[in-house]
Design a protein around this ligand. Structure first.
Ligand code: ADP
Ligand code: MG
Length: 709
């Protein structure tokens, strides 16, 4: 039997259970079953002393002797001696003890059976979870085994289960039995999945050992070795596939050489009203090195909101211009494209470079003119939305494409730009994102890109004071907004968006809007509103009213999250803040603190907030460091839910490793993958057949971006 064998042919499974396993756990083959690892283990290898028990322990066992037995009725009264009336008993309380102390063991079910078994003076091993009841430690419904049974048991795995699985007979015990059967059938002919030199150099245990020990560990040490090997393997292949892609591309993709800096760059640079931060300078240097290299640049630029990415984009674009090429800057929304256009045009004034704005709402005539200007090269920089990648947009010599706010664009769109390069050579690509992503995650999400980080804020950015308040402070919040408006400031009020339920979503916003309009009536106040059900024109109309100061308050769903710059806004109110991701809250907060003397972020907390949510909100109040917040967010919610990463998603699903917890293994796997590919980029050297074969498997068959255009 092989790993690929259909699960139904495993003894003990059959068509019915196979269906269940497939439906509930996605298990289709014997290999899938063996790669379904326990999510925790119960340690039955050692005995505890009663004095050492505490309620934070998970499942443990101890040996003790029954000292006192009481049958209790519903009202707590002890049932009298004599003939036992089990139907009156609602609880069996047993006091057991060892040489260190005593503990109460309680049963609500199976009372009769336990009552006849647990007679005073008899000894047993009790296995269960200590809990705290009325200030004392007890144990409810432990497993009760003969006193000498413990040496047989060691660590035993607990698998994910569902009611349907249990009803179908696939209990924890049954799963263990299947695992054992699968190991018996598969291990004798199992193919190792890592080359010998990798196993040796990384001191990893063989796959057969790892699989047996992950399901049936003989001790903690063996389990740790098995776990490490499986995590390493998973992360190693993930990185190997990513790094290989990067290699293929950097070797095959000729890039447009851009040896000059050019006069436009200098003209802009010297006219800047401020000097670049150290981080901006470093990043521009990194970009410049890519541009002169003759290889195509594929670089991710990460920088917190307000860190000054636009300037880097402009200067990079001007290098392209200085070498006789064009550049384009693509933003995810109309509003953002407009803002970029307005800002960038100012920077370009001293350069004489012509920039245009091209979006979905550009008129037919304007569009025709822009298309012509891009084709004849009279336009140097095109700023816009998706309209830039439409088929009828042709550049005379596109040398650099900059994509702002990467996560709003699919990978496919990034690759569409490849086809628009000068003379069939793909343009250099610079992707900018303001979503701080933990380093380990970036290595994976953007494993095929080089990464630059702006980790320094321009001077003069004002800290945003963040507070978290409940419903009872709503009036105070309104008053505070009035005070700020009286100072000539503006306020954002943001409502959460529930993707699954647009109607409810809209209702929230609508009610909120009504409340705000009542609290801030015309003619003194004007309130603009932006939400997902408006047409782009309506959105734009409202956004512009706010941006231009014609409205003092903007009520919206999260559409303003990205990039919008209204320096005069000093208050950001976030309703039901506990329903946002931390990184998303951080993005929203970044909308203020850009101009006003002092800015505020008010997190309105809902009525029922879990402890965890409360902690998250407190973290928001405590720090403005986006990376710290992103790390924390990832720890709390796992990388899959990280804001801004859903669309790009992880290239593969991790089965055992965690990007949040296994950063060290991940770095190690990455370095090792690079080391292997350095020596053998095609993975054709003897001993590396296994590597090439593994990468050909479906799950590693990541899209090769260079092939899509
Ligand atoms: P990002 O796009 O990274 O969120 P921006 O590029 O919009 O940030 O820059 C935010 C603000 O900081 C802008 O108003 C910009 O003019 C200003 N800025 C950028 N770089 C500097 C700098 N080196 N010194 C001072 N201000 C800067
Ligand atoms: Mg920006």
């Amino acid at each position: 039997m092989k790993m690929e064998t259909d699960i139904q042919y495993l003894p003990g499974v059959g068509p019915k259970r196979a269906e269940l396993l497939r439906g509930e756990l996605g298990i289709a083959t014997v290999g899938d079953l063996l790669h379904c690892y326990p999510f925790r283990y119960i340690d039955r290898s050692s005995l505890q002393k009663i004095a050492d028990l505490h309620p934070d322990q998970s499942y443990i066992q101890f040996r003790a002797t029954v000292r006192k037995v009481r049958l209790l009725a519903k009202n707590g009264a002890e049932l009298p001696d004599g003939p036992v009336k089990y139907n009156l008993a609602s609880r069996l309380s047993i006091l057991v003890g060892d040489e260190t102390g005593e503990i109460e063991v309680v049963f609500f079910k199976g009372i009769k059976w336990m009552h006849t078994r647990l007679v005073p003076g008899a000894s047993f091993i009790f296995f269960g979870k200590p809990s705290l009841f009325n200030g004392r430690i007890n144990m409810v419904h432990p497993e009760v085994d003969p006193p000498d049974s413990f040496s047989a048991g060691t660590l035993s795995g607990v698998y994910n289960s569902t009611e349907r699985l249990r009803n179908g007979g696939l209990t924890g015990k049954a799963m263990l039995k299947l695992m054992n059967a699968a190991l018996e059938m598969v291990l004798p002919t199992l193919q190792e999945t890592l080359p010998e030199d990798v196993l040796r150099e990384k001191a990893l245990c063989p796959l057969s050992f790892a699989l047996r020990q992950i399901h049936f560990p003989k001790d903690q040490d063996a389990l740790a070795r098995a776990t490490y090997r499986l995590k390493f393997e998973e992360l190693f292949y993930l990185q190997l596939s990513l790094v290989k892609q990067k290699y293929i591309r950097s070797r095959s993709a000729v890039g447009i050489p851009m040896p000059h800096v050019g006069t436009a760059f200098h003209a802009c640079y010297h006219a800047l009203p401020y000097s670049l931060t150290g981080a901006q300078q470093r990043v521009i240097k990194e970009i410049r090195e890519d541009l002169v290299s003759g290889h195509q640049m594929n670089r991710l630029l990460q920088g917190d909101v307000g860190s000054g990415k636009t300037m880097v984009a402009v200067l990079s674009a001007l290098i392209a211009i200085g070498n006789g090429y064009q550049a384009c800057i693509m933003a995810p929304t109309e509003v953002l494209a407009q803002q970029h256009f307005a800002n960038i045009s100012r920077y370009l004034e001293p350069t004489g470079v012509k920039a245009v704005l091209l979006t979905g709402t550009s008129g037919v005539a304007a569009r025709r003119e822009i298309h012509a200007g891009l084709e004849d090269g009279s336009i140097g920089i095109a700023i816009g939305t998706h309209a830039l990648i439409e088929d009828n947009v042709r550049f005379k010599a596109l040398g650099l494409a900059i994509i702002d706010e990467q996560h709003r664009f699919g990978v496919e769109q990034r690759s569409r730009l490849w086809g628009k390069g000068a003379g069939g050579v793909p343009p250099h690509i610079l992707v900018m994102t303001a979503t701080p992503i933990p380093r380990t995650l970036a290595m994976t999400l953007y494993g095929d890109l080089d990464v630059s980080v702006i980790d320094e804020m321009p001077p003069g950015r004002k800290p945003v004071q963040t507070i978290c308040v409940g419903e009872n402070k709503r009036h105070a919040m309104h008053n505070f907004i009035r005070e700020e408006i009286a100072k000539g400031r503006q306020a954002f009020i943001v409502y959460p968006m529930i993707f699954e339920n647009e109607k409810l979503d809209y209702k929230n916003l609508e009610l909120g809007y009504e409340e705000i309009v009542k609290a801030f009536p015309l003619p003194d106040y004007k309130v603009a509103i932006v939400h997902g059900q408006q047409t782009p024109q309506e959105k734009d109309f409202n956004m512009s009213a706010f941006a231009a100061g014609r409205a003092q308050i903007l009520v919206s769903t999260t559409v303003i999250e990205v990039g919008v710059d209204v320096p005069n806004a000093s208050v950001m109110v976030i309703e039901s803040a506990e329903r946002f991701g931390l990184s998303q809250l951080h993005q929203l907060r970044g909308r203020v603190g850009r101009g006003a003397d002092k800015s505020y972020c008010i997190l309105m907390r809902g009525k029922k907030v879990s402890k965890e949510s409360q902690r998250r909100l407190e973290l928001m109040c405590a720090t403005e460091n986006g990376f710290e917040i992103a790390e924390e967010d990832m720890k709390l919610r796992g990388p899959g839910d990280l804001e801004g990463t859903q669309q790009s998603g992880l290239p593969i699903t991790l089965n055992i490793a965690s990007l949040a917890k296994d950063g060290l293994i991940l770095s190690d796997a990455r370095t090792y993958a690079e080391y292997i590919l350095e020596a053998d980029p095609t993975l054709t050297k003897p001993g590396h057949e296994i590597l090439a074969a593994e990468l050909r498997k479906d799950k590693y068959n990541l899209k090769d971006f260079s092939q899509i255009s």
